[in-house]
Ligand binder design. Sequence first.
Ligand code: ASP
Ligand code: MG
Length: 412
Amino acid sequence: MPLLVMKFGGTSVATLDRIRRAAKRVGREVANGYDVIVIVSAMSGKTNELVGWVEETSKLYDAREYDAVVSSGEQVTAGLMALTLQEMDVPARSWQGWQVPLKTTSAHSQARIEEIPTDNINARFAQGMKVAVVAGFQGVSPEGRITTLGRGGSDTTAVAFAAAFGAERCDIYTDVDGVYTTDPRITSKARKLDKIAFEEMLELASLGAKVLQTRSVELAMRYNVKLRVLSSFEDNNESAGTLVCAEEDIMESNVVAGVAFSRDEAKMTLLSVADRPGIAAAIFGPLSEAGVNVDMIVQNISEEGRTDMTFSLPVNQVARARAAMEKVKASDEVNYSELVTDEDVAKVSVVGIGMRSHAGVAAQMFKALRDEGINIKVITTSEIKISVLIDRKYMELAVQALHDTFGLDRAA
Ligand code: ASP
Ligand code: MG
């Protein structure tokens, strides 16, 4: 039997009525001749509520008990989905992570999947079961404790199952009808993409387009799992949604696939640090130990053996970063003259695999920003991405200008 993985996010299982609608979709695929593995999230808002309860109960909570609590939302929806399917005469049963068992590391609340044995579920398919409903987001550690995969982890559960069972496709049902060239709330010209390459999706996902958990895209790329993102609120035909796939499966695409942004960024500069071997390690080592996610880094040319070091970070990590830098200064490891912080910046990026073979994308980007009078504070580039840090108040304008200049409202 051909097999499909269908994943339903929190909004798609938010009420019993929506669970019924989702189950109908599953029933249709069964009627089309598929065996189906359904991965469910918790009802929308549930995981946040559970996390809140844990935090209210215990400030320095035991992460093993955090996982015991927050994984429970998926247990409920898995059971309800199986019951709903049974009511529709579709042979189905539910599995908790530990029952599969979906084996993970013991990094509680951020566990990684190690192995998914298929024999147990396949034996049931062989006996005539049509749908295996699996609770997303959770697994079991080598110690036998319940683990969770990090927020948004059900996407990763879904892709991992698709890879392990050799599914024809992994359909991710969500509350948007696909992946867009940029956030439609920022420009009405944003266009749904029919296809996007794994690498582009990875850049867009990690840049804050919150459609898929980044790790699910990494996993899909590694195992070449065809991923489709589509809405559970619309009637979908064969070509609905966005297919996230290998570059080779995309015939034509724009040089730039999308414009991503991250609103809440900050920039810190250490003025006049000694330009000597080991200085970067002395700065960024302690930042990393303090749990600061440094993104862009620029070191100025040095004059008389001193230089300035600038880096960007999420704005809510500024206090932590400042404390770490004051500590290295006090201990004389890094002797800067001043620490300058700018908490009003945003990052805007253009992403596209077409940049590999097209020159001039950066120049076109900078020109578009210049034409709007937007000053660029930091620039970084990779093979398929160019990012700039700008004043936050110009973020929307920059996204709109870049969307226009690269003609993203039109398909290639
Ligand atoms: N329910 C979990 C969360 O909200 C996992 C998921 O839905 O992907 O993060
Ligand atoms: Mg999600």
